[in-house]
Design a binder for this molecule. Structure first.
Ligand SMILES: [Zn+2]
Length: 401
């Protein structure tokens, strides 16, 4: 359980705009004088700041309080299978500096993490950031994570990473705490907290990249499930005849993910179904997602049909999830979401067609607002959340609330 000071801090930081003491008292249910004590503690520690810009209901303007974005930096790392993004953010999760580099996740944890650390060191040196100003490290990885220990659990596309102590790697270089979660969970949290979430408390973020995954926000909290595996929609059975890498047939990911789309495009090209795609195969050897994207603009019928089929299959799975969990926002991110309106329209049509009216009455389905930055922004948000929780539990020196 959070201390009341930490609860007041959480309310201030999640508000999105400055709050008065009266507003905080209403939200916490504690007295105005108690709120004043907690505000005083937070002000002394410099983690919140006061301003006088509030709208008054007559008389003197009330002071308002917001998070001190300049309290320190968060190092946020988003690791994919083929690339890594490292970012330094402020305490409001705004990206200050960022760097992206290619990696190969199958080179194993030591090689990949050392490469990422080199990127981090460079980014800090280039921008004059001292280690002491980094208050926490957050990392997103493309596989299941046991959140309490930060260890990957049998990650299928990360050979050599099973059980690897990622937190210990970082503690050799930094004194601040480190937290690790699944990449899509971080993206969901980023989109929810800093994207355009329309004030919803129930949201599903879907990443459609090479594979397909989702992150769930229930009642304003990220839902990780019993062992951290919640949201893994990639292996829902959509009845397709295609074999999935997981050993089953019919998985959504194997039917509708980015990899599935390009594989089918290649087959269609070689079968003579699309002049445009055949030309790509002849010139480039293989079809990539960027060629499908270009195909949509050129009105290549096969590209259009493949993207429509993908959206439709994803929509069928989402319809079941919508009926079951009744979110008010579905945010679609990942490389394939950049295909644009056609893809989104196919998802929407499929969801609205198959969901119950009550479940879709207030449902909005949109493209992710944060795009490829969702992961690092969410990683920073998650880290500050954990710093606040841990500070009250263990009285961490660097963050004494
Ligand atoms: Zn599968």
């Amino acid at each position: 359980v959070l201390s009341m000071t930490a609860q007041v801090l959480q309310i201030i930081r999640r508000a999105g705009s400055p709050l008065s003491k009266a507003e905080i008292a209403t939200q916490t249910g504690i007295s105005l004088s108690a709120v004043s004590d907690h505000i005083e503690r937070l002000l002394v520690q410099n983690i919140i700041v006061a301003s006088n810009i509030g709208v008054s209901s007559g008389g003197r303007k009330p002071k308002q309080y917001s998070l001190n974005a300049g309290f320190g930096c968060i190092l946020s790392v988003e690791m994919g299978t083929a690339h890594a993004q490292v970012a330094l953010t402020d305490f409001d999760c705004r990206i200050l500096f960022m760097k992206t580099s290619s990696i190969r996740i199958d080179e194993g944890p030591e090689a990949v993490l050392n490469h990422i650390y080199t990127m981090v060191k460079q980014l800090m040196e280039d921008n004059g950031i001292e280690k002491v100003s980094v208050k926490g490290i957050g990392m997103g990885i493309p596989g299941p994570v046991e959140f309490s220990t930060g260890r990957p659990i049998s990650p299928p596309i990360m050979p050599g990473w099973d059980g690897y102590p990622i937190k210990s790697f970082w503690s050799a270089f930094f004194e601040c705490p480190c937290y690790v979660d699944n990449d899509v969970n971080n993206m969901a949290l980023g989109e929810y907290s800093k994207g355009l979430s329309f004030g919803t408390n129930n949201m599903i973020y879907v990443k459609v990249g090479t594979g397909i995954g989702s992150g769930l926000i229930y009642d304003g909290r990220l839902y990780r499930g019993a062992t951290g595996g919640a949201g893994d929609i990639g292996h829902f059975d959509v009845g397709s005849p295609v074999m999935c890498w997981c050993g089953n047939k019919g998985c959504l990911e194997a039917a509708a993910g980015g990899k599935a789309i390009v594989t089918k495009a290649q087959e269609m090209a070689l079968a003579g179904k699309s002049e445009y795609l055949l030309q790509i195969v002849q010139e480039k050897g293989t079809v990539g997602v960027e060629h499908i994207e270009a195909g949509l603009l050129r009105l290549d019928p096969v590209s259009i049909e493949l993207v429509r089929e993908s959206g439709s299959a994803i929509g069928r799975v989402l319809a079941a999830i919508v009926n079951f969990s009744n979110p008010s926002l579905i945010s679609i991110g990942g490389r394939v979401s950049e295909f644009g309106d056609l893809f989104l329209a196919a998802i929407r049509q499929s969801v609205y067609h198959r969901s119950l009216p009550l479940a879709t009455r207030n449902l909005v389905i949109n493209k992710s607002v944060l795009g490829s930055s969702a992961g690092v922004i969410g990683g920073a948000f998650m880290t500050i959340d954990q710093l606040i929780i841990q500070a009250t539990d263990e009285k961490v020196e660097t963050f004494p609330i």
